[in-house]
Design a protein around this ligand. Structure first.
Ligand code: LLP
Length: 386
């Protein structure tokens, strides 16, 4: 079954471009609200890094989610999209003074701090502004995730977070500082996680750490478990909305919260992944020695996930209904890794056919580059193309 696309509109737009199905985005957001809303004090943020297209951001903000940012640019994008500062969190191992000052000026909800030197700088900069910065500590829980090595983040070998052994020390430091207030613990073990067992392992580790803190009479205001819920790249039509019921129920069942604590999530891919497609046009069909290539006008500059993570985005020929043939689908960039798929069965391809690369709403448009002096792809929503 092919997805339903407004092909007539697509023919009038210069390719390649991103297309966002806003009905699916809204349905996904409604499902998140419905499932998270079953539990008292679950609070969901959207990880802006997945997609910061202003039109997409506005829809997400309208749904009431908060924003998880990792740079001054993302804080700015969140504010411009209307996210209230009281719902903005700021993470990242290398926050610059300028970015910290921006967060302080907006009075954001919380800085997710990743090291002792960073805590010291936040305290100094807050003092200079006569403010008190709310801080959570990102703890590296040393929990592996069954996903691609480039997107696991919660192992001791990764650069992220404060080691569990240093947790007590950094808390002691924070409690003595005058311009920070220690309010939470933050975790994130990786992305594209489909095995709920990985999240259970995280819950167990957080329970252990919380016990240590209770022993010191410390109960933080909130626990932030990051994001990471994966999507079905192989079958985007089968279940376009991820299983949020199972995801939130897993945390409800396995994480022991104190009554006064809130639980925060930072979902990126699972919010926007399935609603986006990269639409591209076939420039040439080329006969190789023992295979045929469909050369399209999108490249790894527009969607880098296949080249970077060996990811596969389902490819569909939107134009042709002719019997299926087998193709390597490649872009025009001067790199051998500029390949979207090898030996892919597609309805017979012709020059000018429109091709969709599915499930590209997350880490697609936002990771585009101008390599080979190519223009950045534009993004259109279904709201605009009616
Ligand atoms: N919170 C933190 C601290 C993160 O580092 C991330 C993602 C998220 C939340 C959101 O995770 P999500 O729900 O999207 O899994 N470019 C890669 C993914 C990198 C993820 C980085 N961190 C990809 O295309 O697969």
């Amino acid at each position: 079954m092919k997805a339903n696309f407004p092909i007539a509109h697509f023919r009038e737009i210069e390719t390649p471009f991103y297309y966002y199905d806003t009905n699916l985005l809204r349905e996904t957001l409604n499902k998140i609200k419905e499932e998270a809303g079953k539990y008292n004090k679950f609070c969901v943020h959207y990880a802006i890094k997945a997609n910061a297209n202003p039109k997409v951001l506005r829809i997400i903000r309208e749904s009431g989610l908060g924003a998880d940012c990792v740079s001054g640019g993302e804080i700015q994008a969140a504010v411009e999209a209307g996210f209230p500062a009281s719902k903005i969190v700021f993470a990242g191992v290398g926050k610059t003074d300028k970015e910290i000052n921006l967060g302080l000026d907006y009075d954001i909800f919380c800085f997710n701090v990743e090291s002792i030197p960073e805590l010291e700088v936040i305290n100094e900069l807050a003092a200079a502004k006569n403010k008190i910065a709310r801080v959570a500590f990102r703890i590296n829980p040393d929990v592996g995730a069954h996903t691609h090595a480039n997107i696991t983040t919660g192992l001791a070998e990764n650069k992220f977070g404060i080691s569990m052994q240093d947790m007590d020390h950094i808390i002691d430091l924070a409690l003595e500082m005058k311009n920070v207030k220690f309010v939470g613990l933050h975790f994130h073990i990786g992305s594209q996680i489909l095995d709920m067992g990985d999240f259970v392992a995280l819950c167990n580790r957080i329970n252990e750490l919380q016990e240590k803190l209770y022993a010191r009479q410390i109960i933080v205001e909130h626990i932030n478990v990051g994001g990471g819920l994966g999507i079905d790249y192989a079958h985007p039509n089968r279940q376009p909305i991820p299983d949020f019921a199972d995801y939130f129920a897993t945390y409800h069942k396995h994480l022991r919260l104190r009554p006064q604590q809130t639980l925060h999530f930072e979902l990126g891919r699972s919010v926007v992944g399935q609603c986006g497609s990269l639409i591209t046009k076939v420039t040439y069909v080329k006969q190789g020695t023992n295979k045929q290539f469909a050369i399209v006008d999108a490249g790894m500059t527009d969607l880098i996930r296949p080249a970077l993570y060996q990811a596969y985005h389902k490819i569909e020929n939107l134009t042709s209904e002719e019997p299926v043939e087998t193709y390597d689908v490649v872009g025009p960039i001067c790199e051998s890794s500029d390949v979207f798929g090898k030996a892919i069965d597609l309805n017979k391809v012709h020059r000018g056919d429109l091709i969709a690369l599915r499930s590209a709403g997350a880490y697609g448009e936002i990771m585009a580059s101008g390599y080979n002096c190519r223009p950045l792809p534009k993004g259109y929503t279904s709201d605009e193309l009616v």
